[in-house]
Design a protein around this ligand. Structure first.
Ligand code: FAD
Length: 509
């Protein structure tokens, strides 16, 4: 019987898993699972990872954290999507080129699928994301996705959060401990295996032998259990995704009432891209780049130039990583969650989502009776597929770019740098748009809406002219596009500014 769990590592992955398991596996009842988390006070957490994806709302609701607590104590702000600047074309040719990936799906106000009509020009030259939802205009106005009166984790527009990663881990820790998770401060120095190659115990410097039925490796890139002790190797994605380093900085706002953006800005640069995330009191920025094409000094200079004088005398942090996933994430009595088992560059902020989904799966596949093998097989297959598909989705952003101003961008367009899966899909999408049939519902983080937003945002052409005469609702589609334009105006006067909503939540929450 599996009754005790030891989580090693207290970053976002460790505490998310702890809180999820405590809630789902009844850590606070005598029949439930006993959960201990050990974290080192010598080895810090990564401390980046400030952008999220909308499933975070379900996770927070399940764990039982109040939205106002998240906003107040983790400095959370609302994120309604991602704006991509300079991804499509060389900035020298078109410095304003930009598109938006909203979290809101295309209008479903009528039963009609608007996309074929948009592809046939019914919305004129209005970009797809702007034509089919109100969210782009709301975001460009730095407005909130909801009103103060909307309930916890709910609102008319789909959203996720930006937050301070260290403070977020503290919020999770507080909640997990209320639900019965025990916390130990210790540095694990060794991992002992038994004669079957499973973990027998981990050796803490202060607490000595720590034993459990199931071990969760949340030690970040160190991968102390699943990688170092159990030898699960990394399958690298670096031939497809070239970025392998980031340099990050935190910049205070000029004024306490500077408007807060409600999307992440990502700006493509010579050898990668820069993220810009707005919290209550500061921005978090980082340049994600490829060491093959750019030195650390050049990367820092690019980031500083992008920020301007506000970057003077500010500290920075360089973060190396290798994109990829470990061949097995669950081996015998050890499951890796978070950076210990894999990472894909944070262009669409998937790192925390992978940990959330892994924790959810682990709870559902929990080997109560001690049968690790079947659960492990299912878990490994699902996580690997999920990582592979996200890798292809991220590659899409680079592969479709017309940028050729540097070697980095030229190499990114090479067919050798994209998977056969992605190339096959793109071939099909030349004559039909992505649909639910292209999505693996139980594994994919990004559904057809996201694929469509990136494809058409990047200027991809789907020729459906052969179908044009079979479409019957041109007038209705035209009216719907006009109605969305009108609703955008109404929405913009109905919702508060993002900063006003945050201030109000802090005041009343
Ligand atoms: P860590 O934060 O590294 O935590 C590791 C923990 O293990 C720590 O508590 C440490 O003390 C402990 N530990 C390690 N060794 C030992 C030991 N020997 N004994 C005891 N304890 C030990 N994700 C997103 O979702 N959105 C983003 O915008 C995003 N941006 C990112 C940007 C960059 C540049 C990078 C590199 C990652 C980004 N991520 C992002 C990923 C995100 O940061 C991680 O998924 C998240 O922080 C989880 O990290 P972790 O908990 O696995 O590891």
């Amino acid at each position: 019987m599996t009754k005790s769990v030891l989580i090693v590592g207290g970053g976002t992955a460790g505490w998310t898993t702890a809180a999820y398991m405590a809630q789902m596996l009844a850590a606070d009842t005598p029949g439930g699972v006993s959960i201990t988390l050990v974290e080192s006070d010598e080895i810090g957490i990564l401390g980046v990872g400030e952008g999220t994806f909308p499933i975070i709302r379900k996770t927070m609701r399940t764990i039982g954290i109040d939205e106002s607590e998240l906003i107040r104590d983790a400095n959370a702000t609302f994120k309604q999507g991602i704006r991509f600047n300079n991804w499509k074309k060389n900035p020298a040719d078109d410095p304003e080129n930009s598109y938006f990936h909203p979290f809101q799906v295309a209008s479903q106000h009528t039963d009609m699928d608007l996309l074929p009509y948009w592809l046939l020009g019914v919305a004129g030259d209005v970009p797809w994301a702007e034509a089919c939802t109100v969210q782009e205009r709301v975001v460009d106005g730095k407005l909130a996705p909801k009103l103060i009166t909307h309930p916890n984790y709910d609102g008319p527009l789909n959203y996720a959060y930006h937050f301070d990663a260290s403070k977020f881990a503290e919020v999770l820790r507080r909640r997990a401990m209320v639900m019965g998770v025990k916390r130990l401060i210790d540095t694990i120095e060794d991992v002992k295996l038994d004669e079957h190659g499973a973990i027998s115990y981990v050796q803490g410097r202060t607490h000595g032998e720590l034993k459990a039925d199931l071990y969760i490796d949340c030690t970040g890139f160190r991968a102390l259990l699943i990688g170092k002790a159990l030898g699960s190797e990394l399958t690298s994605f670096k031939n497809e995704l070239f970025c392998d380093r980031a340099v990050a900085m935190q910049i205070p706002y000029e004024h306490p009432n500077t408007p807060i953006p409600s999307c992440t800005y990502t700006t493509a640069k010579e050898s990668g891209w820069i993220w810009d995330i707005g919290l209550h009191d500061r921005r978090g920025l980082g340049y994600v780049y490829s060491s093959k094409y750019c030195s650390d000094d050049e990367a820092l200079a690019t980031l500083k130039k992008h920020i301007g004088p506000a970057a003077d005398n500010k500290q920075h942090k360089v973060l190396p990583f290798e994109p990829g996933i470990r061949k097995t994430q669950w081996h015998k009595n050890c499951v890796g969650i978070g950076l210990s088992v894999g990472f894909i560059e944070p262009l669409e902020a998937t790192g925390i989502s992978f940990a959330e989904i892994a924790a959810l799966m682990l709870c559902n596949l929990f080997p109560w009776s001690g049968d690790y093998e079947h659960s492990a097989t299912q878990f490994n297959k699902a996580m690997t597929t999920r990582f592979e598909h996200v890798k292809d989705f991220i590659k899409l952003h680079y592969y479709l770019s017309d940028r050729n101003d540097t070697q980095f961008w030229q190499d990114n367009r090479s067919p050798d740098s994209a998977s056969d899966y992605l190339k096959r899909k793109l071939e099909q999408w030349r004559h039909r748009p992505p649909s639910f049939l292209d999505i693996d519902l139980s594994h994919d983080i990004f559904d057809e809406n996201s694929w469509q937003y990136i494809l058409y945002g990047m200027g991809f052409k789907t020729d459906i002219s052969a179908r044009a005469d079979a479409l019957r609702f041109y007038d209705e589609a035209k009216r719907e596009f006009e109605s969305i334009r009108q609703q955008s105006k109404n929405a913009m006067s109905a919702v508060p500014t993002h900063r006003d909503l945050i201030n109000e939540v802090i005041k009343t929450g």
